[in-house]
Design a protein around this ligand. Sequence first.
Ligand code: ADP
Length: 425
Amino acid sequence: MTLALGCIADDYTGASDLANTLTRCGLRTVQTIGVPSEDLALPEVDAVVVSLKSRSIEAGLAVTRSRAAEKWLRGRGAGHVLFKICSTFDSTDAGNIGPVMDALRADSGDAIVLVTPAFPETGRTVYQGNLFVGSVPLNESPLKDHPLNPMHDSNLVRVLTRQSKTKAGLVDLADIARGPEAVRARLADLSGKGIGAAIADAVFEPDLETIGAVALDHRVSVGASGLGLGLARALVASHRVKSNAPNAISNAPVGGPAACLAGSCSQATLRQIANAERAMPVLHLDAEQVVTGKAEAKRALAWARERLKEGPILIASSSTPDQVTALQARHGRDAAGHAIEQAMADIAEGLVQSGVRRLVVAGGETSGAVVDRLGIPGFLVGAEIAAGVPVLRAVGAKDGEMLLALKSGNFGGPEFFSDALKLMR
Ligand code: ADP
C-alpha cells in the first residue's frame, strides 16, 4: 500500500476533524492514536492521520514525536505529509508550529513550506497574512484569552517568523486568485530570497484547492482541515486518488451487542439522553458514588449484562450544571472529572469483555479515556452520523472487529444515540 497523503495532527479532536474532512472528499482514511507500531495491519487506504497530543507540550518533545510520525508515514509510502494544526494557529513564540515545521522541512529537503490555517466553512480565513475568526481578527477573537496559547497577533507572517528558524513570507490572495502557476512563481521568488515558509491567504474553498494543488509539488505542508480539503480535492482532481464513497470500505456489518456511554454534561447531550429513554434502557450513574469507589461501575456493568441481549443500552454519568458544580465543590474539578472518566473507561472495558462490539461514547475527554483504555491503535473513518461525527471502525484492535462513534459535547441532533446505532450495524 502506498499512501497518497500522510498527516500528523497535533491533537486528537483536530485529527478526527481532518480525517472526517478527507473522508468527505472521497479519500479512504484511517486515524491512528499515536504513532502506530511498524507492523500495524491496515486495509487499503489513501490517507492516514496520526493523532498526537503535541500542541502544548515542550517544543523539543513535539519535534521528536512529529518526526517519529513522519518517519512512519514515509515508511508507508506517503509522498506528501501535512502537519495538521489548529485553524486558530494555537501556538506561542516558543512553538510548537514553527519548530515542528522547521524539522519536517529539514527532513524533507523542501526549500519552502506552504502554511495556511484557513478553513472557510468554519469561518477561518486568511487575508494579507492576517487570520480572521469569523468577522474579527484573531487577536480580537476569544483566542486572545486562551488559557494555554493566548493569540495576541493576527499577522501570521510575524507569528511564524518569531517561532521558526526561517523567515516567513506571504503568498497573497491576488496570487492565489491567479492560479497555481502564479503561486509557484511567488514561492520560487520567496525561496530565492532564502525564505523557508509562506503563509498563504485563503478566503474561499477554491483558494484552498489552488494551494492544495501547489502543495502537492512539495513533500510537506502545514495547515488545518481546510488545507486537508485542498490537498484531498487536488489528489482526486489529478487522478492520483480515485474518489471513494465514504463508507465503501467500512460498511460490512459487525453485529454483536451495542451500548452507549455518556460522560458529557452539555445541554445537547442531556437532551439526547432524555430522548434515548424512549428507545432503550438508560442507567443514570450516581456521580458521588462513582467518585468515591469502584462499586458503582461494577453495579452498572451487572445492570448492562442483564440487558445487552435484548438490545442497546445507555449508561450516563451526565448531570445538570448545578449538580456538576456541587460535585466539583465537594471533590475538586479535576479529581471529579478524572474519576468519572476512569469509571467510564472501566465500564467500556467491561462491556467489550461482555461482547459489546458497537459502542457510542458522548464526551470528548470521556471518549479519549475510553479509547486509550480499549487500546485501539486506529480507526477507519466511515459514514457521517451527524456533522463532524463519523462511524469509526477499529483497526488492529486486540478485541477484533468493532464500531465506535465518539462525539464531543455539543455535537449531534436530538436523537443522536438512535441515529448512531442505525448506521452502526
Ligand atoms: P464534553 O465533550 O461535553 O466537554 P467531556 O467528556 O470532554 O465532555 O467532559 C465532561 C467532563 O465532565 C469529564 O471530565 C467527565 O468525567 C465529567 N463528568 C461527567 N459526569 C459528571 C458529573 N455528573 N459531575 C461532574 N463531572 C462529570
